[in-house]
Write a protein that binds this ligand. Structure first.
Ligand SMILES: Nc1ncnc2c1ncn2[C@@H]1O[C@H](COP(=O)(O)OP(=O)(O)OP(=O)(O)O)[C@@H](O)[C@H]1O
Length: 337
């Protein structure tokens, strides 16, 4: 019991979930035994089994969502995490996994069935509206990190590269000069922000001949509260991050720009793993090793809360990538006592 409590305290604010996407219709037509490599435990919704070459591997996480899980069910598990930013917490939600494993589906969703991003903003909006006029609510920024450079997704020129700087006020805080901040007064504003971000990301892809799965997409929401009686302010942040595809590109196969993309992704994903893991162990936290961890520094340290949603494809052909994603999940979750 004591040991368990200690574990909870240490792991504290880091949760790792896994979501297995369904087999699509086309995939079903192409391969007969599409989902045979994965199985779930009906008594324990935190466990996932993978079988490979006659061996069964058991992965334990905080929660596993099997293919039938709906967007609504997934969001229900995150609601309290999302609203904790109203109480002044800094929260990060990451979608991690190989290309095609369902990261964008989980974060953005589809028109008739939105994902975490929209649901979170709508929830925050309604909670904050209830508290009005003492509360302010703003979507700060939407950025993309590609090849270790930062881009503004809500501005006029997406191709302009931005810098992360130390605030001149001596507070030790970081800021990004030139980032567009958008205020949100209604749910329609939320919709507009998503559309603009989405469009700009697509434009960057076309103009610069890139694939969106090779970049990290971040939506950073700031919520600030002002207590008119005491005059005190609270400030929380919600960072919603659709990470670049985690698949390993073989060094021999990739050349030139592909290789550079792969190296940048690799570097930032392993930096992210290191940062979360170091936090668990109370070790030195290497924030500066990538743009991603540097930008999210204040939301990945101290009292902040992190949720890693590890996306897994059900296909046997993707098995080795699924194993590597789940190993990453276990690594960020593991605590050495
Ligand atoms: N839970 C789900 N239910 C129904 N369809 C899903 C689900 N998850 C993913 N899909 C579908 O599977 C396909 C791949 O998903 P998605 O594009 O989200 O993957 P991704 O990991 O974001 O890939 P990329 O890195 O290329 O952007 C999409 O057509 C998506 O609509």
């Amino acid at each position: 019991e004591k040991c368990h409590n200690e574990l909870v305290r240490l792991r504290g604010n880091i949760r790792v979930f896994c979501r297995v996407r369904p087999v699509s219709q086309e995939e079903e037509q192409d391969c007969v035994d599409a989902s045979s490599a994965l199985s779930f435990d009906s008594d324990d919704d935190a466990v996932l089994y993978l079988s490979s070459k006659g061996r069964v591997m058991r992965f334990e996480l905080d929660k596993v969502f099997p293919p039938p899980a709906t967007q609504e069910e997934v969001f229900q598990e995150l609601q309290s995490l999302v609203t904790s930013c109203i109480d002044g917490f800094n929260v990060c939600i990451f979608a991690y996994g190989q290309t095609g494993s369902g990261k964008t589906y989980t974060m953005e969703g589809v028109a008739h069935d939105p994902g975490i991003n929209q649901r979170a903003l709508r929830l925050l909006f309604s909670e904050v509206t209830e508290k009005a006029p003492d509360w302010e609510f703003s979507i700060s920024v939407s950025v993309e990190i590609y090849n270790e450079s930062l881009r503004n997704l809500l501005g006029d020129s997406v191709s302009e590269k931005l810098d992360i700087r130390l605030s001149p006020d001596g507070s030790g805080r970081l800021y990004v000069p030139g980032l567009t901040q958008v205020g949100v007064q209604s749910p329609e504003d939320i919709q507009r922000v998503f559309e603009l971000g989405h469009m700009n990301r697509a434009t960057a892809c076309t103009n610069l001949n890139e694939h969106s799965s090779r970049s990290h997409a971040l939506l950073i929401v700031s919520v600030s509260g002002y207590n008119t009686v005491t005059g005190s302010r609270t400030q929380g942040k919600l960072n919603l991050v659709d990470l670049a595809g985690s698949e390993r590109i073989s060094r021999s196969g990739a050349e030139g720009s592909r290789l550079r993309e792969a190296q940048c992704i690799n570097k930032s994903l392993s930096a992210l793993g290191d940062v979360i893991n170091a936090r668990c162990r109370h070790a030195h936290v290497p924030f500066r090793n990538s743009r991603l961890t540097y930008l999210l520094q204040d939301s990945l340290s101290g009292d902040s809360k992190t949720l890693m949603m590890v996306q897994v494809s059900p296909l046997p052909a993707n098995l080795s990538e699924s194993i590597s994603s789940l190993k990453f999940a276990q690594r960020v979750r593991s605590v050495e006592l």
